[in-house]
Design a protein around this ligand. Structure first.
Ligand SMILES: *Cc1c(COP(=O)(O)O)cnc(C)c1O
Length: 361
């Protein structure tokens, strides 16, 4: 069986040892005689899986005790609405930093519930950078500040953690969670769709400071209320059990590999190699992002001519390098190199890019 190197932005590559373990446990989880997919979410087997996953995530990220960890559905896109519904807390406006396609979507949903103050934007530079701290126009009376630490489509990552004083900082960390250590206590809330760096699609992880809960806007449905999910251990209704289980296997694998500090070292090395090659390609390949804002997880690049895109993708596929086509809104190529992309995948991609440039230069 040949596995390819999968550069998809999401759903994305998963660690091979995790997939193997899931296969081995598929029909009979730990002598239970059932697959995890067939278990009651309220039975002791699944409760043990769920609790272990949360404990491992808390350990990996150093999540303080006064934060709730929720395992929800609806993707990051549902959070775009749940954040204002839950966190406006009677205030009239929230600050948003606009750094690309995902920020824009979050802003669009927030506007349905309150006033959005654009605290910073990199739209004038076509989202090839992020506003620096001294450029932010933060409102001390805002309910919260929302930003996107890593813009998956543009390949733009914040090189700093915005300081927001007493105003809670909210992060859509869908494509960068678990890629390096962060100080969770600096955030009011972190959320992430699972399908980039955690596990399968269908699961959304929310990490939220408990004092922010319980002040939803009038009419908030129960399923959109963090407090209801927190009070019920994310089992107010049937949670995405299989995704939760796979996420738990990924967390355990990250612990075995040395945790987030070890991941950051590998991720930095992988990204540096690829950017260094792009910059040294004599203009054959180009990445448009300001050097200090380049994403460690998503590397967009263009070729010398658009006419080379199709032959590049075709040759890549033949070399077992797949899902390199850029997002439809930006074109060109994008290599997503999440935690589970082995370093050998980067080496294989660079070798192919060198060869392609030589043949078409
Ligand atoms: C993928 C992605 C989303 C959308 O996630 P869904 O789970 O499809 O809703 C939102 N924000 C960021 C930063 C993403 O990378």
């Amino acid at each position: 069986m040949a596995r390819v190197f999968n550069f998809s932005a999401g759903p994305a590559v998963l660690p091979e040892d995790v997939l193997q373990q899931a296969r081995d446990e598929m029909l009979d989880w730990h002598g239970s005689g059932t697959s995890v997919m067939e278990m009651s979410h309220r039975g002791k087997e699944f409760i043990s899986i769920a609790e272990q996953a949360e404990a491992d995530l808390r350990e990996l990220m150093g999540i303080p005790a006064n934060y709730k960890v929720l395992f929800l559905q609806g993707g990051a896109s549902a959070q775009f609405a749940m954040v204002p519904m839950n966190l406006l807390r009677g205030k009239t406006s929230a600050d948003y930093i606009n750094t690309g396609e995902w920020s824009k979507k979050a802003i669009g949903e927030a506007k349905k519930f309150g006033k959005v103050n654009l605290a910073g934007s990199s739209e004038s530079s076509k989202f090839t950078s992020v506003p620096m701290q001294n450029e932010l126009k933060l409102d001390p009376n805002a309910a919260y500040v929302h930003y996107t630490p890593n813009e998956t489509i543009g390949g733009v990552e914040f090189p700093y953690l915005p300081a927001t004083g007493n105003v809670p900082l909210i992060a859509d960390m869908s494509s960068s969670i678990l890629s390096r250590p962060i100080d969770v206590s600096k955030f009011g809330m972190i959320y992430a769709g699972a399908q980039k760096n955690i596990g399968p699609s269908g699961l959304t992880v929310v990490i939220v400071r408990d004092d922010l809960l319980g002040q939803t806007v009038a009419g908030t449905p129960s399923m959109f209320d963090y407090k209801i999910h927190a009070d019920n251990g994310s089992m107010y209704n049937t949670p995405p059990t299989y995704g939760w289980y796979i996420a738990g296997l990924v967390f355990a694998a990250l612990k075995r590999k040395g945790g987030l500090k070890a991941m950051a070292e590998v991720n930095d090395r992988k990204a540096k190699k690829l950017y260094n090659y792009i910059d040294a390609s004599g203009g054959f390949y180009k990445n448009p992002v300001a050097v200090n804002c380049r994403s460690c997880m998503n590397v967009p690049f263009t070729l010398k001519s658009d006419a080379l895109d199709e032959p590049f993708l075709k040759g890549a596929k033949a070399a077992n390098l797949v899902q390199l086509k850029g997002h439809r809104s930006v074109g060109g190529m994008r290599a997503s190199i999440y935690n589970a992309m082995p370093e050998a995948g980067i080496d294989a991609l660079i070798t192919y890019m060198q060869d392609f440039a030589k043949r078409n230069g």
